[in-house]
Design a binder for this molecule. Structure first.
Ligand SMILES: Cc1cc2nc3c(=O)[nH]c(=O)nc-3n(C[C@H](O)[C@H](O)[C@H](O)COP(=O)(O)O)c2cc1C
Length: 401
C-alpha cells in the first residue's frame, strides 16, 4: 500500500481474524460503569467514537470475570459476570463493529492490588504468595478533577491488606472464572479476549519473580511462573474455539511498581517467551510506558522483540507511541506486529486518521471529556450491598490538600 506509513496501514492476520491496519486501542480503565459493573451507554458512545477513528481493533478496559469481591479491582469497573453485563457489552460490541473495528474484552483479576473497598471486611486478597503491596489506588481523574474534589497529587497511599497465597484450588477456580467470562464475552459478540497478566494484577503477581515465592509448580522458574496464565489461556481456548482471538498482556512494571524490573532481565524475558510457545494464545501484548525499554543494562534490545522472538508469537507493542514514525519503527525493526495506543486516544479519537494525514498534532495526556469520576462515597462497599469495606481512608486529609 502506498502512503506515508505503508506498514502501519497494511493489514494483518491475527489468528483467523483479518485486521485492516496495525493500530489497536490499548486497554484503558475508565471506572465508568454502573455500580453493579454494567457498562453504560456513555461507554458505548466512547468506544464507538474511537472505532470510527480508524483503529483496526479495540482492547477494552480491564473487566472483572466473576461477581465476587476480591476479583473486582476498581470501583465502577465493568464486569462480564452475568446476563445483564452481557446485554450491555453487546451494545458496545455492535456499535464498535458498525464503526468498522474489531473488539476484544480484557479480563483481569486484581489480586493483591485490588482497591480494598472491593473486599469484604477483614478479607484478604489472594496472590501468588503471601505478600503485601505498598502502593496507591489509581484514580483516573485529571488534575482538574482532583482539584475539584479537594484532592491533589501525590495520589493517596493505600494500606493494601496482606495477601494470602492462592491454593491450587483457587488457581483452578480463577481459570474457570476467566473461561466462563470468556464464554459470556462470546455471547456479547466479542472477537476474542485478552488475559491481563501485566501491570501488577493477579497473573502478573505470578509472573514477577519478586512476588512469586512459591515452591510448587506455579513458582520458581519462568515456565512455572507462567503456568497459571497459560492454563487459563488453554481453558479459555477450549471454551471459545479457534476462530476467536486470545491475547496475553505482559509487562515488567505494575501499578504499585512503576519502575519494575524483573530479576534476570532479558534472560528471564527470553525464558518467559519460550513458556508461551506451546500455549494456545494467538499473540502476546507487551505493555510499558516506553516501548523501547528493557530496563536491563546488559542489552538494548526492546523487551517486546526479545519475547516476540523467543515465543514465536505475533506481538502487540505498547508504550509511548505518539506518531506514525513510531509505528513504522516498531514494525520495521521486528519489535512487534501491531501497535497499541493508549493515552493519545483519550484526547484524539481520530488518532489513526490524524497520524495518517502527517499533520502535527497536540499530544494531550488526559482529556477531561472522557475521564469519568469514580464514586464519591469512600465508604461505599463495592457494589452488591455486601458487607462494608473496612478501608476507611482519612478523607479530612484529602480535603486539606
Ligand atoms: C488511565 C489509564 C488506565 C489504564 N487502564 C488499563 C487497563 O484497564 N488495562 C491495562 O492493561 N492497561 C491499562 N492502562 C495502561 C495502558 O494500556 C498503557 O499501557 C499505558 O497508558 C501506556 O501506553 P500509552 O503510552 O500508549 O498511553 C491504563 C493506563 C492509563 C493511563
Amino acid at each position: 500500500m502506498s502512503g506515508k506509513f505503508p506498514k502501519t496501514f497494511s493489514s494483518f492476520d491475527l489468528g483467523t481474524i483479518k485486521l485492516k491496519n496495525r493500530l489497536i486501542m490499548a486497554p484503558l480503565t475508565r471506572q465508568s460503569s454502573h455500580d453493579d459493573g454494567t457498562p453504560t451507554d456513555e461507554m458505548t458512545a466512547y468506544y464507538a467514537r474511537r472505532a470510527r477513528g480508524g483503529l483496526s481493533m479495540i482492547i477494552t478496559e480491564g473487566t472483572y470475570s466473576e461477581d465476587k469481591l476480591g476479583c473486582v479491582a476498581y470501583l465502577n469497573q465493568p464486569g462480564c459476570a452475568n446476563e445483564k453485563h452481557i446485554s450491555a457489552w453487546k451494545k458496545i460490541v455492535d456499535a464498535v463493529h458498525d464503526n468498522g473495528s474489531k473488539i476484544i474484552l480484557q479480563l483481569m483479576h486484581g489480586g493483591r492490588v485490588s482497591d480494598p473497598r472491593c473486599l469484604y471486611d477483614n478479607d484478604s486478597p489472594i496472590s501468588a504468595s503471601s505478600t503485601k503491596s505498598s502502593g496507591a489506588v489509581l484514580y483516573t481523574d485529571t488534575d482538574e478533577e482532583m482539584h475539584n474534589r479537594g484532592l491533589a497529587p501525590p495520589w493517596p497511599e493505600v494500606n493494601f491488606p496482606e495477601a494470602k497465597e492462592a491454593s491450587k484450588e483457587d488457581i483452578k477456580n480463577i481459570s474457570v472464572g476467566f473461561a466462563e467470562a470468556s464464554e459470556r464475552a462470546m455471547k456479547a459478540g466479542f472477537d476474542g479476549v485478552e488475559i491481563h497478566a501485566a501491570n501488577g494484577y493477579l497473573f502478573y503477581q505470578f509472573i514477577d519473580p519478586k512476588q512469586n515465592l512459591r515452591k510448587d509448580e506455579y513458582g520458581g522458574s519462568a515456565i512455572n511462573n507462567a503456568r497459571a496464565v497459560i492454563e487459563t489461556v488453554d481453558l479459555v481456548r477450549q471454551v471459545i474455539g479457534d476462530e476467536k482471538i486470545i491475547s496475553v498482556r505482559l509487562s515488567q512494571d505494575g501499578v504499585d511498581d512503576f519502575e519494575g524490573q524483573w530479576p534476570g532481565g532479558v534472560n528471564y524475558a527470553e525464558e518467559l517467551g519460550k513458556a508461551f510457545r506451546s500455549s494456545k494464545a494467538d499473540c502476546l501484548h507487551w505493555s510499558s510506558f516506553d516501548w523501547k525499554d528493557n530496563r536491563d543494562n546488559s542489552s538494548e534490545v526492546p523487551m517486546s522483540k526479545i519475547i516476540k522472538e523467543s515465543s514465536g508469537l505475533p506481538m502487540i507493542v505498547n508504550g509511548g507511541i505518539v506518531e506514525g514514525d513510531d509505528c513504522e519503527e516498531i514494525l520495521n525493526s521486528g519489535s512487534g506486529d501491531l501497535c497499541a495506543v493508549g493515552r493519545p486516544l483519550f484526547a484524539h479519537p481520530d488518532w489513526p486518521h490524524i497520524i495518517r494525514s502527517g499533520e502535527k498534532y497536540n499530544w494531550i495526556e488526559f482529556d477531561r471529556k472522557y475521564v469519568i469520576k469514580p464514586s464519591y462515597d469512600y465508604n461505599y462497599g463495592y457494589p452488591l450491598n455486601l458487607k462494608k469495606s473496612n478501608w476507611n481512608p482519612d478523607i479530612s486529609i484529602r480535603k486539606k490538600r
